[in-house]
Ligand binder design. Sequence first.
Ligand SMILES: Cc1ncc(COP(=O)(O)O)c(C=O)c1O
Length: 400
Amino acid sequence: MKLADRIQHLGTETVFAVSAAATARAQQGYKVYPFHIGDIDLPTPPTIVAAQAKAIAEGKKGYCPPEGIRPLREALADDVGKERNLQYRAENVAIQPGGKPVIGKFLQTLMNPGDEVLCPSPGFPIYESQIEYFGGVCKHYRFVPTGSGFAVDFDYLKSLITPKTRFLIFNNCQNPTAAESDQAEVDALADLAIKHNLWVLSDEAYTELRYDGKKTCYLSAVPGMQERTVILYTFSKKFAMTGWRLGGAIGPEPLIKVMSQLNLNDESCTTQFVQWAGVEGLRNSDTLIYVKQMMGTLQQRRDVGYDLLNSISGIKCHKPENAFYLFPDVTDAMTCKGFTDVNAFATAALENASVSFATRKHFCRPLPGETRQYVRLSYSGISAENIREGLGQLKAWIES
Ligand SMILES: Cc1ncc(COP(=O)(O)O)c(C=O)c1O
């Protein structure tokens, strides 16, 4: 079969292969400890569930505008604006079936073949896939360990800029490192974007999932950025709604119009009754009570996972202050077990301890000069008890 040439540039989320391997092992009768995927096993807030049932009962099941129903666009404009201290209107919002579609639509709207895009590595792999699929060039920037976490290697990022650089993709509260930029760093990134006239995709999938209750410093909120930034917003993580598929692009009106035209071409519209549920999620303050409970549960899991990982010989892990990913350095544990390839180490961990996790290699191409090996353990889909049990087995295997 002769496929279109461009298909060879389309990447994937290779962590789904880890998921398949975990399922295969479970089918062999093993109890598998699932740390591989960023799905959430906690319930969607009842306010949202009830609103969806009501919307269906009321017959809100047909096509709706490609850019989304007006009440949801207004609610999202208000909510995102309030959190970031910015003014947005419904016209700045294009509702999407999840956050992921914002990436491709942003690039299709603005990027020409050969344009260079600054994007994180490790980082969400769909950036790399979509940039290359649409003919752009990934210029991966990197992170450095700080002792208490990771930070953008700013000098390295600056060194990647050429006259062809047109975009910056930035993901504060980052998947997978949990790196979080403070105000000074987002200011410096904003200066850079303005100086080099870059468009910015600000992936804010996790920015409202903070454990200390403090607000994130938003690149999108720095003066001069609103007009050059598209925000990727998603209901998936904050409201435990990964499979519902609801998100949005928030940005300058002319871009939003084109992105909505892409919606019309691709999906016609985002599922209508899911959008009505989203309105309730944003407008009913009770929803936040459930989000707070969810964060409490995730924090408890994080603490259990953090303590146990650090008790394993050859593993070092920082404590993430956001999202739900632990990103430990496993170099010494690998050496001790005789591994040089981190994916082979992960496969052996599944075979010997039934613990399933992703590795740095699942998050964009590794960069030259990387010497340390990392894995990512998500604790969003596993109970504290199973974290204890699973990491206990991992420890027993590594230390045997
Ligand atoms: C950094 C980041 N951005 C975007 C997404 C997309 O989320 P969704 O399409 O489920 O809303 C994810 C999902 O894991 C993510 O980790």
